[in-house]
Design a binder for this molecule. Structure first.
Ligand code: ADP
Length: 396
């Protein structure tokens, strides 16, 4: 079965075409800068990338272009789009309703629409992608895979904030968590690598990319996660604050900041960028710090400190920890940062091997010493493969 995976953002649609159940990637690509005069599509097949520049006004046109490229006689991989049996869509917010991936019907669409006020930047484009795909591939089964679904096992004691209870009853203000597709994928892979059943392991998964979140996985289920009602809470991120005293907002409001300004400040101007004053990108900061830039070093130090703090917190939550997993662009590649996070943790029982850590970049590996009580893994995430698998299971 051929499964198309779609990740529709506000100005881009990323896609991968899979042959299932083998999970072979037949083609992958992206349409970027949708709505701009200079939109472009880039598609890779068998290691060869082909780019075209074309004005793409909206997501429907982006979908048409993707399908045209997939059947292109020269650069495509299909004879006809009818070969695509099912489409898996990444959907960021499924609220409390979806504990797993589902076949899309009108009721599912209505729910995705309903949760748009909790994820205003993500759910509307996700939905536009679904509509465009229904239009372009009317014969295909459409599946929604939610970033929140894995976290629906988090208990009340961990998902409720200490706000008046009626805010939960009235507005469903609670912790939802995100990156669930990634946390679930790497937790399952870690269980496989340990030769253990996925339901009998306790794991702390650290997804460290531009957005970062950490999850406590108990007996295979998410029991707590660092992101909350929105992806602002938790560890330090590229441009987001992570945890901070909310009263800072009242203090700054008193100084004249508007709600809009505070929103931009916390989501777009803080984190690594805010501390360093230079960049939200860990690679840039590493270079700057190596050249003696103190604020870049400070941003890295604070980032590592917060991750370490969460690992300690979730160790207390889980009681016993079988493994810690690093994933995401930073988690997979930043060797020194992993060493900083895992340093001096004899009480928790984490000890990493410097050589294994240095050799692990970007590939699945165990980086803990043989005597480390807790195993530490680097596992490149593959959210698209996870979506393709769920889609295949539901569609077949
Ligand atoms: P997104 O969350 O947008 O998917 P990624 O998971 O690709 O982002 O992560 C992007 C982050 O990973 C950036 O901060 C980038 O600098 C960092 N990164 C990528 N490669 C390296 C590397 N070799 N060393 C340190 N950081 C890296």
């Amino acid at each position: 079965m051929k499964v198309l995976v779609i990740n529709a953002g506000s100005s881009s649609v990323k896609y991968q075409l899979y042959q299932m159940p083998e999970a072979d990637v037949l083609a992958k690509g992206a349409v970027e800068r949708i709505g701009d005069k200079e939109s472009r599509l880039s598609q890779t097949v068998g290691g060869q990338t082909h780019d075209i520049e074309k004005t793409v006004a909206n997501h429907e046109q982006a979908m048409d272009l993707i399908l045209a490229m997939l059947v292109d006689p020269e650069y495509g991989v299909l004879k006809d789009v009818s070969e695509i049996a099912s489409v898996g869509h990444r959907v960021v917010h499924g609220g409390e309703e979806f504990s797993g991936s589902v076949l899309i019907d009108e009721a599912v669409i209505a729910s995705v629409e309903k949760f748009a006020d909790l994820a205003p930047l993500h759910n509307p484009p996700n939905l536009t992608g679904i509509r465009a795909s229904q239009q372009g591939l009317p014969h295909a089964k459409q599946v929604a895979c939610f970033d929140t679904a894995f976290h629906t096992t988090i208990p009340e004691v961990a998902y409720l904030y200490a706000l008046p209870y009626e805010l939960y009853e009235k507005y469903r203000v609670r912790r939802y968590g995100f990156h669930g597709i990634s946390h679930r994928y790497v937790a399952r892979r870690a269980a496989d690598l340990m030769g253990k059943d996925k339901d009998s392991v306790n794991i702390i998964t650290c997804h460290l990319g531009n957005g970062c979140s950490i999850t406590a996985v108990k007996d295979g289920n998410s029991v707590d996660t660092s992101m909350g009602l929105t992806p602002l809470e938790g560890v330090v991120m590229g441009t987001r604050t992570g945890d901070f005293d909310s009263a800072i907002l009242f203090y700054l409001a008193d100084k004249g900041y508007s709600i809009e300004e505070l929103n931009t400040l916390c989501n777009k101007k803080s984190g690594l960028l805010g501390i360093s004053g230079q960049s939200n990108d860990m690679r840039n900061l590493t270079e700057l710090a190596a050249g003696g830039d103190e604020r870049a070093q400070l941003a890295i130090d604070i980032f590592a400190y917060r991750v370490k703090k969460y690992i300690g917190t979730y160790t207390a939550v889980l009681g016993t920890v079988d493994a810690v997993v690093f994933t995401g662009g930073i988690g997979e590649n930043a060797v020194d940062l992993r060493a900083m996070i895992c340093s001096d943790q004899p009480q928790i029982g984490i000890e990493i091997d410097a050589d294994k850590n240095a050799a692990a970049s970007g590939k699945e590996s165990q980086i803990s010493t043989t005597s480390s009580r807790v195993k530490v893994f680097v596992i490149p995430t593959d959210e698209e493969a996870a979506i393709a698998k769920d889609t295949y299971e539901l569609a077949k």
